[in-house]
Design a protein around this ligand. Structure first.
Ligand code: NDP
Length: 642
């Protein structure tokens, strides 16, 4: 990407305008501001309503402590078990020494392994707790699970595989099949220990090797370790009273119980088969985030009664999925996928390009919000005001869609989101709002309060008990907890220092991938890289980066590699200075995982992604590699043997 382009993008953050938001408070005079004087709505009243809705929601608790975390032991441990494998798998412990251990089996881990193999690093071992590849798509097989990013840019290695997705937005089954194809094509199956959980990684200074301790008693040593546990895989439950008392059936969206509901992710039907098991059941879905939005239309088709418990509505825009146009696909030229990924990434970060190749809800929203005059405008206050007006307009469209689609006026009103577009991940669906027109589907709008409690018989909300046969928790995943808790891995670096201790005040890295005191341990993490809607794009670039670093370390006889104190602190300072710009935006947002569930903290700020936008972040990595001098790294070498 051209440097000028990056300069333009430098201050643009995907998840919110970095500049100070326009404050349309009570003292604001609309007639004095030409930006807002001619619009057909009252921006001051809108902003007031947004703030009031946020406050109403926050009054009932923010932060991760409002949730009940699922621990390995205890009543809810089964929420962590793998429903997709036959029980009773056994194997003998493995004893081996390898060049690289990659922890994980999702797209991120697969991409690291593929890029390492391409660089000639072949002694690679992958360790995955699941029974197959797929990561997110391995766990999340709920009916209707579908990627919300265009499959042509989301599914990696399409040109290498000679594979074209069947639809613009692929469904979970196709994504799983695609992960399997990557595993087969690159020989990853024979390099992977499945159903094996890494519990501890220990650095040994004398041997300059990592010991990898697993749930299967393996004795594995590696020169390099690459933990690649995704951010959204460990379920969380609502922290309400009585959750253990429910006598009916319950499960989390990421461990869908097809045995109970009927249907099967393996069935040919595009919506995971028919959920006939629900036909005589009173079913609840708790949550209305991106997952619930995909579940509800499918459960609605089969459940006798479906109750959707809503705390905060999602923004539901048009999806417009369609089958892949084979004529279009045949005309694509070599290199098309990377070009398309870059095109999307630039546009959703506010960049101006002659053509929008993906042309979907994401590019529409983000172009409208970030791409107008704002990025070129030299007056940040004016740019922020314009952006806020664009956001109001966009959200008015989203709210109007509720009125257009949902027949019951009260329900339509309840489904309207009252916050800025990028406070939560936008959702796109063409059957979710429609489902509320069915007589068996009931929205229980708790108006920011959430459910009160769970009883033996069902759920109490708005002071009323709803009797139920089944509760489906679509209450999301841990993101605001320590990395070590989320991944269930402790890392012991130099002198036995734990990662938990090292990161107790927030993550410490250089460029998101390397931490002082943890030599030769390199993270793949979207959370500490740069956020973009298309996680896989940034993850894929991180994979290339780490493959470069590891192959160079091996070629240069490097014994240990970690950042210098100065470089690490410099990067932390960069993260903190950029997050300040975004904090203002997030402060006004309704709680969610984008703003640490409404409780900003110093450690969350330090653990944040680079706030300068993903194109700029990727350019930083690219430039660093191009220099080739391992800038900012503290490197020791093996002694030469003559
Ligand atoms: P979220 O964390 O986004 O949503 C959790 C939901 O549970 C929210 O609606 C939340 O309400 C609700 N909730 C929590 N506690 C209570 C309570 N006590 N009473 C009532 N409601 C409650 O999780 P999701 O699983 O929906 O999505 C997580 C992320 O996974 C997405 O944002 C997205 O990044 C990813 N995803 C991606 C998909 C893709 O296609 N690529 C598809 C699906 C998910 P509130 O909003 O008030 O906190």
């Amino acid at each position: 990407m051209a440097t000028a382009e990056v300069e333009v993008l430098k201050n643009v953050d995907l998840l919110g305008p970095p500049q100070k938001q326009i404050h349309l408070g009570a003292d604001f005079d609309k007639s004095e501001d030409p930006t807002v004087s001619e619009v057909p709505f009252d921006p001051v009243a809108l902003k007031d309503r947004y703030i009031a809705e946020r406050d109403r929601r926050l009054k009932h608790g923010g932060g991760i402590n409002q949730y009940r975390l699922v621990e390995e032991k205890g009543q809810f441990a089964h929420y962590l078990t793998d429903p997709w494998v036959e029980p009773g798998f056994k194997r003998d412990p493995v004893k081996e020494e390898v060049d690289v251990v990659v922890v994980g089996g999702g797209y991120g881990a697969q991409l690291v392994a593929v890029r390492l193999l391409e660089k000639g690093v072949r002694n690679v071992r992958l360790i995955e707790k699941a029974g197959d590849f797929g990561g997110t798509w391995y766990w999340n097989r709920y009916p209707g699970a579908q990627c919300d990013i265009e499959s042509y840019i989301y599914m990696p290695l399409l040109e290498e595989l000679g594979y074209m997705p069947t639809e613009k937005y692929a469904r979970a089954k196709e994504l799983l099949k695609h992960s399997e194809m990557i595993g087969k094509k690159y020989g990853l199956y024979e390099r992977t220990l499945f159903q094996t959980e890494v519990g501890k990684l220990r650095w040994n200074e004398d041997s300059a090797m990592w010991s990898v301790e697993t749930s299967r008693g393996d004795d594995i040593k590696a020169r390099f370790v690459v933990p690649s546990a995704g951010p959204l895989h460990r379920p969380k439950l609502p922290g309400v009273k009585g959750i253990e008392d429910f006598k009916g059936h319950s499960f989390h969206s990421s461990r869908w119980d097809y045995g109970y509901t009927g249907g099967d992710v393996k069935a040919d039907s595009i919506n995971s088969g028919e959920l006939r098991g629900l036909s005589d059941k009173r079913v609840a879905v708790i949550g209305t985030g991106a997952t619930a939005v995909q579940i509800v239309p499918n459960a609605a088709k089969y459940a006798k009664e479906l109750y959707v418990f809503q705390r905060t509505p999602s923004s539901i825009d048009v999806r417009a999925n369609r089958p892949t146009d084979s004529e279009w696909a045949e005309k694509l030229q070599k290199g098309w996928q990377m070009e398309r990924m870059d095109n999307f990434n630039i546009i959703v970060n506010g960049g101006m390009l002659p053509e929008d190749l993906v042309k979907d809800g994401w590019t529409d929203i983000l172009h409208k919000l970030l791409g107008r005059n704002a990025v070129q405008d030299s007056d940040p206050a004016k740019a922020a005001a314009e952006r806020q007006m664009a956001d109001f307009e966009k959200m008015n469209e989203v709210r109007a869609r509720c009125d257009e689609v949902v027949k019951n006026k009260e329900t339509a009103e309840s489904l309207k989101p009252w916050y800025n577009q990028l406070c939560k991940r936008p959702c796109f669906h063409d059957e979710y709002l429609q489902a509320f027109n069915q007589p068996n589907v009931h929205l229980v709008d708790t108006e920011g309060v959430g459910i009160d409690r769970i009883t033996e018989k069902g759920i109490v909300a708005n002071g009323k008990e709803f009797e139920l046969d089944c509760i489906i928790y679509a209450t999301g995943f841990e993101l605001a907890t320590d990395w070590t808790h989320r991944s269930n891995i402790e890392v012991y670096g130099r002198d036995g220092q734990t990662l938990t201790d090292c990161w107790k005040n927030g993550a410490r890295t250089l460029h998101g991938w390397t931490t002082r005191g943890f030599p030769n341990c390199f993270w793949v993490s979207i959370v500490r890289a740069a956020l973009t809607p298309n996680f896989i794009h940034v993850t894929g670039e991180q994979a290339k980066h780490l493959a470069y670093v590891i192959s160079e370390c091996m070629a240069r006889n490097v014994r240990t590699c970690e950042p210098t104190n100065e470089a690490e602190q410099g990067w932390i300072d960069t993260i903190l200075s950029l997050i300040k710009l975004r904090a203002e935006f997030l402060k006004e947002c309704t709680p969610g995982y984008y703003n640490n569930e409404g409780t900003p903290s110093a450690s969350a700020a330090q653990s944040a992604a680079y706030g300068g936008g993903s194109p700029a972040f990727l350019k930083i990595l690219e430039d660093w590699r191009a220099k080739g001098d391992f800038e900012g790294l503290d490197v020791t070498h093996f002694e030469e043997t003559s």
